[in-house]
Write a protein that binds this ligand. Structure first.
Ligand code: N01
Length: 533
């Protein structure tokens, strides 16, 4: 075996990966980033379906480096995928990244070499790179989930998963579109399709609790004025628990008189975005009655918009399908209004489940729904799927897939026992899906950069999470989750959207601040929970 030719190989050119590349290169390390897509942006490269846009408002969903925001302007408060792609080009221009990025390069495997303390990273094209450290920044949505519905191969029209949308697009105009799934992706596609398609069939199994986006255009003047506040906003987002900058209210729902509470709900609703969720009362996710009060307010908002009470009831039933906000809410613009149009039809799959796909459309137990475009907005094998899709073989030849077969084990959501020198960002048991992406890329990313400084300065060539530390972290993640209402929904947060996947909390549920404190304590104590050589 030969010595490594790289200090670090990074996988994934989204927010986390580019941040690592920029900062690790500045340490003088030999770094290459491998990206499966043909462009930068990670999820914003793959998710180019009609209507795809971010649900964090400007300026929360960008890096805090002034060199990047000083001369950068967005068109809308919640930018669309095309704007995000332009932003990633801008990041590339300013940070000068492209020479160290290999696009169209999907990593298929990694094998640990104990003798040389390095990973051999293999690509689908058959190349191999040898690197001291491997940093996986594949994001939580790298593995699309296409449910095993009988008959899909017989469909005569066009079908696509939202995350595999053709880069050249599909024109929805005049088509008969059927959308399976009403998560954030489904909501966005349905809104767009409703405007131009001849007919849209929305196949809903669980109603999404979508919040009002309150989108608006942004002028350059508005942004120039707002930029004086950017440093404070970026600083604030690192001190919240969700990585946004919504002021956290710090009071419980029923500590506030009812009238004041309803006014407050309304204010948060009008503010838009995730204010109603991330900036709401502190007991929203832990107290059933508090949660129900928020649900009832949300439900009243949907019923105000949808003319047919029977349709409104399917979209927002009197009895919640699960507590509010324990499946990720999404943001909508005219989603609920679309159901007042003659060309939009809602199918309640709880009453009449899908039986099969047939050449002409989707057959449920009650009906056949004709379509020539079938959109699978069916989500992801989230958080772990992208990581275990890579054939990673650690110290004992064991794969990461096997190591996590009956549940995820990590220390600090950053690394696993048996997989030395392997770090994942925005990964399982880290704040990940509960934290605004760019915030996490920076604060978790800074901890990893500091780790590399320490390893470089101490000449350490091997670091491995201990078995005890990962059992402790796993127990902590589960015990905090059990104090919340999250386990009550079959969500991707719980791995419960994928048949056969262990049902467990996949994200760190204790908030960003406690997470960072744990990481910093470990570092201050000589990287407690890791064995260094
Ligand atoms: O996926 P989802 P997504 N038959 O898992 C349904 C981020 N994101 O791609 O709930 C019928 O949320 C499933 O039904 P049910 C964001 O973090 C952000 O929409 O399991 N239906 C559900 O309705 C988000 O949370 C943006 O009963 C089936 C849907 O498919 C995450 O990505 C935009 C089914 C899947 O919803 C995932 O969102 C898009 C079946 N066999 C995504 N299988 C932004 O706005 C699944 N479903 C930034």
């Amino acid at each position: 075996m030969t010595a490594p030719d790289h200090d670090v190989v990074i996988v994934g050119a989204g927010f986390a990966g580019l941040y690592q590349l920029h900062h690790l290169r500045r340490l003088g390390l030999r770094v290459t980033l491998l990206e499966a897509g043909s462009g930068l942006g990670g999820i914003w490269y793959w998710n180019c379906y009609p209507g795809a846009r971010v649900d964090s408002h400007v300026p929360l969903y960008e890096y805090s480096d002034p060199a990047l925001w000083q001369d950068w302007y967005w068109d809308e408060r919640f930018p669309d995928w095309q704007s995000l792609r332009r932003y990633f080009h801008h990041v590339d221009d300013v940070w000068g990244l492209r020479d160290d990025i290999r696009l169209d390069t999907r990593v298929s495997a990694g094998v640990w070499d104990e003798a040389e303390h390095c990973w051999e990273v293999r690509t689908e094209a058959g190349d191999a790179l040898r690197t001291r450290f491997l940093v996986l920044c594949t994001g939580f949505a790298a593995k699309a989930h296409v449910p095993d519905i009988p008959g899909l191969a017989t469909f005569d029209g066009v079908w696509s998963h939202t995350a595999h949308w053709p880069q050249g697009g599909i024109d929805l105009t005049g088509r008969r579109v059927a959308v399976i799934g009403t998560g954030a992706s489904g909501v966005q596609v349905v809104q767009e399709a409703a405007r131009v398609a001849e007919h849209v069939t929305v196949l809903q199994r669980t109603p999404i609790m979508a919040l009002a986006m309150q989108q608006r255009r942004l002028s350059r003047e508005d942004q120039d004025e707002a930029k004086a506040e950017y440093p404070a906003i970026f600083e604030r987002r690192t001190r919240t628990n969700s990585g946004f900058a919504y002021p956290e209210q710090g009071v419980s729902t029923f500590d506030v008189p009812e009238g004041e509470r309803l006014e407050n709900y309304e204010r948060l609703w009008q503010e838009g975005g995730f204010a109603f969720w991330a900036g709401g009362y502190s007991d929203l996710i832990v107290d059933e009655a508090a949660n129900r009060a928020a649900y009832d307010f949300w439900r009243s908002k949907v019923h105000e918009r949808v003319h047919d009470p029977a349709v409104a009831e399917v979209l927002a039933p009197a009895e919640p399908p699960h507590p509010f906000g324990v499946k990720r809410p999404s943001l909508e613009q005219w989603y609920y209004d679309a159901f007042n149009q003659d060309n939009v039809e809602l199918v309640d799959l709880r009453r009449s489940p899908i039986e099969s796909i047939v050449p002409t459309g989707v057959r449920t137990t009650a009906d056949e729904h004709l379509c020539d475009l079938l959109v699978m907005a069916t989500g992801f094998d989230a958080v772990t799927g992208g990581l275990v899709s890579i054939d990673l073989r650690g110290r004992n030849g064991e794969t990461l897939r096997k190591h996590w077969a009956d549940g995820v084990r990590t220390h600090l959501g950053l690394s696993s026992h048996g997989f030395p020198n392997l770090v994942f960002l925005y990964g399982p048991q880290s704040p990940s899906g509960f934290c605004n992406g760019p915030t996490c890329a920076e604060v978790q990313g800074d901890w990893v950069v500091d780790l590399f400084v320490h390893l470089r300065d101490t000449g350490t060539t091997r670091i491995e999470a201990t078995a005890e530390a990962e059992e402790e972290w796993r127990a902590l993640v589960h015990s905090i989750a059990d104090m919340t209402l999250f386990p009550r929904a079959d969500s991707w947060y719980m791995g419960a959207n994928i048949p056969g996947k262990p049902r467990e909390m996949l994200n760190w549920p204790g908030g960003l601040q406690l997470y960072l404190a744990s990481c910093r304590e470990s570092a201050a104590d000589g990287y407690r929970g890791f064995a260094l050589k």
